[in-house]
Design a protein around this ligand. Structure first.
Ligand code: VG1
Ligand code: CO
Length: 544
């Protein structure tokens, strides 16, 4: 079968953001739009010619069509073999796992993560490198550069392939292997956690849990692992069938969008444990009875207790957190005498540290937790880690977290999002903050004295690459912080994220309402950034 050369013209704005290229489905449906981006990957990633590529997505609307397009371009560009998840389904951590296990040259993930799906909603594409991780900035920059000058792509004239039947077929010279979406990933989980202990936990009649897959990609993974392998009662996994529009919901596992399971941990039902994951399976929310574990605390707690899980028995080499994530993990790292790193937002910045063995665990405040087992954050992995911890300690989630605070102190933490605000107003707000920075150190804002104020710049400790303008940080003398940055994953207007943190060492004061405990800092942030005047918003849209 001969490759067809199709002439094309560049589209503006194909620059990958925090996690790949995310746009409205309608944008991706324009003729040549997806093809241009995929061709730019092949034009810049020479190892893919003659190599193996993993392809899969979260099952959202346009997933199947996009995969057929990618397969045709891959074949025309000389890829030797593609591993594609059955039905086009692969979670983001499963893609990472499969790239690593089968030593492929990379992978393509189709997802817009926690953003809604459907004909009028979002779609996305992300390239992962041979380590299994999201492409570093040097690679995404090269791909973007190529999209600005592209004038042709290569494809094959071929019928759509059957993606639903496991097995091999040929597309031109290329072998297409439809693989079980879950098996490799489930095997990896079994190698990391004490499945027998978790089975015993489920057998003890007193333990009751629920996992909300939010009609997104984790349904099949959670059912296979929690219900089939670990013996959790049928029905433990809810909303377990992936749907193209996620059942009309917003597959974002936080207190707002997954409020259904929050309610089930309260009142009469009072489940001991509940968890949820996002569209592509890399996020997690952890709940106990009447208790929400902030992602920042979750990272700190897993770091402090890592040795309960067989995969981390030998201890952890170090931890890393994204800059806006609370400093709770730093305190654990200090106590353990291990390395601790602060990186820009986005999982790609953990890659070098993980590859170099400098860290074992890492996380983000945005419901992302993970480890060196793959190179993506991993929602179900975090849930299994918590189950392993609960099985080992036989204490409630609330008790575990309160004891952690007693030992390390509590980092009160919240994030306020102002969504879909006017882009120019958002840029103006950030510009205004940047101008203020130089004058802030030493100034008193309310009761808080500014210790430092900067626009975060990161120098990668492994390859010395520098990433500037990663968010405005204002640190106070008591360790409190206000961080503000604009989202790099949204698809309409701009989203302002305000992150607020205060450290409280006194156990007598660990039971305050978070929003009240942080109120003075919340007001300082609003005033400093002139949020209401510049955006017209009095209150945030989402508080987590
Ligand atoms: C958000 C989160 C960030 C996360 C990214 C991708 O980015 O803040 O921590 O890494 O989403 O997560 P931003 O730029 O919108 O703040 V996912 O689950 O979309 O792959
Ligand atoms: Co995600």
């Amino acid at each position: 079968m001969e490759a067809t050369v199709v002439s094309t013209q560049p589209f503006a704005g194909q620059k990958p953001g925090t996690s790949g290229l995310r746009k409205k489905v309608k944008t991706f449906q324009q003729p040549h739009y997806l093809e241009n981006f995929v061709q730019a990957i092949f034009d810049t990633q020479a190892t893919l010619r003659g190599g193996t590529l993993v392809v899969g997505g979260d099952g959202r609307f346009h997933n199947r069509e996009a995969i057929q397009t990618i397969l045709r371009l891959a074949a025309a560009n000389g890829v030797a073999r593609v591993l594609v998840g059955q039905g086009g389904i692969l979670s983001t951590p499963a893609v990472s796992c499969i790239i690593r296990k089968h030593a492929t040259q990379g992978g393509i993930v189709l997802s817009a993560s926690h953003n809604p799906g459907g004909p009028d909603e979002d779609f996305g594409i992300k390239f992962n490198v041979a380590s299994g991780g999201p492409a570093p900035e040097s690679v995404t920059d090269a791909i973007y550069q190529r999209t600005t000058e592209i004038d042709r792509y290569l494809t094959l004239q071929a019928d759509a392939l059957d993606l639903d039947t496991i097995g091999d077929s040929q597309l031109g010279e290329m072998r297409v292997s439809v693989i079980d979406s879950v098996a490799d990933y489930a095997g990896l989980m079994e190698s990391l956690f004490d499945f027998d202990a978790i089975r015993d936990l489920f057998k003890s009649a007193s333990f009751r849990m629920c996992f909300d897959a939010m009609h997104a990609v984790t349904g099949p993974y959670a059912k296979a692992i929690l219900e089939d392998q670990l013996g959790a009662p049928a029905g433990t996994v809810i909303n377990g069938v992936p749907l193209e529009d996620f059942g009309g919901g917003h597959p974002d596992p936080n207190l707002v969008h997954a409020h259904g399971i929050v309610e089930r941990t309260q009142g009469a039902e009072g489940l001991d444990f509940a968890a949820a994951s996002d569209g592509d399976g890399d996020r997690n929310m952890i709940l106990g009875r009447d208790f929400f574990v902030t992602p920042s605390d979750s990272l700190a707690l897993l770091a402090a207790n890592a040795e309960v899980a067989p995969g981390y028995k030998a201890g952890i080499a170090g931890v890393a957190r994204s800059m806006p994530t609370s400093q709770a993990a730093d305190r654990v790292a200090e106590a353990l005498g291990i390395g601790c790193f602060e990186t820009p937002t986005g999982w790609k910045f953990f890659g070098n540290l993980l590859d170099a063995g400098r860290i074992t665990l890492c996380g983000e405040e945005s419901f992302g937790t993970g480890s060196a087992h793959v190179r993506e954050k991993d929602g179900l992995w975090a849930v299994l880690f918590w189950l392993n911890l609960l099985a080992a300690k036989r204490q409630s989630v609330a008790t575990l977290v309160r004891e952690h605070w007693r030992r390390f102190g509590r980092n009160y933490y919240t994030r306020h999002d102002y969504e879909a605000i006017d882009s120019a107003a958002a840029e103006g707000l950030v510009h205004h903050l940047r101008l203020l920075l130089a004058d802030l150190p030493g100034r008193l804002l309310g009761d808080y004295k500014v210790a430092y104020a900067d626009d975060f710049s990161y120098t990668d400790p492994v390859d010395a690459s520098v990433s500037d303008h990663q968010g405005v940080r204002i640190g106070f003398e008591d360790g409190s912080r206000v961080v503000m940055r604009l989202s790099g994953t949204g698809t309409s207007g701009a989203t302002l994220r305000v992150y607020i943190e205060r450290f409280e060492p006194d156990p007598e004061r660990h039971d305050q309402d978070v929003q009240i405990a942080l109120q003075p800092l919340i007001l300082i942030a609003r005033e400093l950034a002139q949020i209401e005047a510049r955006t017209g918003r009095v209150e945030p849209d989402v508080v987590t």
